[in-house]
Design a protein around this ligand. Structure first.
Ligand code: 4NP
Length: 179
């Protein structure tokens, strides 16, 4: 992990230089459905915890078809029903992003495979995880299914899965970085 070394004292807490923020990027295929949803859910939890100053949150896609577009209106509407804002403009994840982020969180195994191919170093590769692997209630290697070609249920499912996994991810980031 880029952000500092072990404190050597309090177990696994990483010491961060003052003002350094922990940076996370959620990654799916198009960056219009799942990863902007995860970004919105995670930011919602971070704001609720009063930790905006400590964390930087972004999302991106491994594909470039939707670059510049707003999130899918179905994702934004489903999230708004839960009081969660999903916005931004789609962008493509590039190799240089590995240097910008401490955590690169893939929505499914295919996204993770694409990221692994793009990772320039072993350090970069070590930053990649699967979102649902952070949720202790999910079986290992579980995907957040792509809702793009399905019905409204898929967008609710994405939100349910993101809410559970993001709660767990935030808890582990807080513990790891002493936040
Ligand atoms: P996302 O969903 O990866 O969750 O943003 C998709 C959006 C668009 C496409 C595929 C998946 N597409 O093929 O255009």
């Amino acid at each position: 992990m880029r952000a500092g070394s072990s404190s050597g004292g309090a177990d696994d807490v990483l010491s961060l230089p003052a003002m350094t923020r922990v940076r996370l990027c959620f990654v799916c295929l198009g960056n219009i459905c799942r990863s902007p949803t995860a970004e919105g859910v995670f930011r919602h939890l971070v704001v609720r915890a009063g930790l905006e100053h400590a964390l930087e949150i972004d999302s991106a896609g491994t594909g470039g078809w939707h670059v510049g577009e707003a999130p899918d209106t179905r994702s934004a509407a489903a999230a708004a029903e839960r009081g969660i804002r999903v916005d931004g403009a789609a962008r493509k994840f590039v190799a240089a992003d590995f240097a910008r982020f401490d955590y690169v969180v893939a929505m499914d195994r295919s996204n993770r495979e694409n990221l692994r191919k793009l990772a320039p170093t072993a350090d970069a590769r070590a930053k990649i995880s699967l979102l649902r692997d952070h949720d202790p209630a999910s079986p290992p290697e579980s995907d957040v299914p792509d809702p793009y070609y399905g019905g409204p249920h898929g967008f609710e499912e994405v939100l349910d899965l993101c809410e559970r996994a993001c709660e767990a991810l935030l808890a582990s980031v807080r513990e790891r970085h002493g936040l």
